[in-house]
Structure formats: structure tokens, C-alpha cells
Ligand binder design. Structure first.
Ligand code: MG
Length: 164
């Protein structure tokens, strides 16, 4: 019998001036980027945690510790591809992903199609199976002040090769 699993992921990063801003596998022009051991792609990190969480495989910190020099500055797309490999090893594939980015600036909308395309290729789904939404915090808190960015993601996984 085909099984379905749901997963949820969350990540947050501090922003600092002069760093590149990677979101959803796409380089977004900005005067600020994420402070991180990896490339700091907060959106991909949330998706990784959702994939791992769906199968109770731990979290991104367990699989890719920020104390490990192998992951210094790493392209988070590689981490996501590894997570996809882990769920495939368990006999699952991605159904769809719904993500939410929360940051004050820049505006994300123009970059959403590229993010969907990039994530869909790694997740082995159609771009229409990847939703990327964005909002601000209306100036409130650490996100509103531009100090940080966070992201959440929900995924659905299917076992086997056939659709329900
Ligand atoms: Mg992270």
C-alpha cells in the first residue's frame, strides 16, 4: 500500500552587510546576505529539514554539522540533493513542497519562478509542485528591522512509484 508522509521545516539566519544572499538556490541581489557556515540559503535549509522530518531522519544539523569543515561555504543545493537521496533510500519521493520566506527586503516575487525551477529540478518534481511564498513582518521584530530572515517549508512524500 502506498504511504504518505508530511514534513515541516524551519530555519532562521542573521543578515549582515556585504554578504551574498542565496534564497531557494537563487542569487538575489541585496546589500545584505545570511551569516552562515554554508552559503546560508535559509529557504533550502527549511526544505531540507522538512524532507528529513517527514521520515523522522533527524535534522539538517545532524546530517551536515556546522562544525564540519566539509560544509564551509557549501552550496545548499548540494545539501538538498543529499536529503532527496536519503528519502529515496527509504523508498519515498517528493509529492509537493510549500515554502514561506519572511524577510523585509528585497522583494522576492521577481525571483520566485527561478526558485521554483531550481528547487523542482533537485526535488525531481514539476515547478508547479513547488510553491514559494514571501511576506514581510511589517517592520516588527528582528526580521522587520532587517537583522534576519526566516523560512518555513511543508512537504508531502509518497512511497513507491504510483500516484494515489
Ligand atoms: Mg540554516
Amino acid at each position: 500500500m502506498q504511504k504518505i508522509r508530511i514534513g515541516y521545516g524551519y530555519d532562521v539566519h542573521r543578515l549582515a552587510e556585504g554578504l551574498p544572499l542565496w534564497l531557494g538556490g537563487v542569487s538575489v541581489p541585496s546589500d545584505r546576505g545570511c551569516v552562515a557556515h554554508s552559503d546560508g540559503d535559509v529557504l533550502i535549509h527549511a526544505v531540507c529539514d522538512a524532507l528529513l522530518g517527514a521520515l523522522a531522519l533527524g535534522d539538517i544539523g545532524t546530517h551536515f554539522p556546522d562544525t564540519d569543515p566539509r560544509y564551509a561555504g557549501i552550496d545548499s543545493k548540494l545539501l538538498l540533493a543529499e536529503c532527496v537521496g536519503l528519502i529515496e533510500k527509504q523508498g519515498y519521493r517528493v509529492g509537493n513542497v510549500d515554502c514561506m520566506l519572511c524577510l523585509e527586503r528585497p522583494k522576492i516575487k521577481p525571483f520566485v519562478p527561478a526558485m521554483q525551477q531550481t528547487l523542482a529540478e533537485i526535488l525531481k518534481v514539476a515547478p508547479g509542485d513547488v510553491s514559494v511564498k514571501a511576506t514581510t513582518k511589517e517592520g516588527l521584530g528582528f526580521i522587520g528591522s532587517g537583522e534576519g530572515v526566516d523560512a518555513t517549508a511543508a512537504v508531502l512524500l509518497f512511497s513507491g512509484d504510483t500516484d494515489i
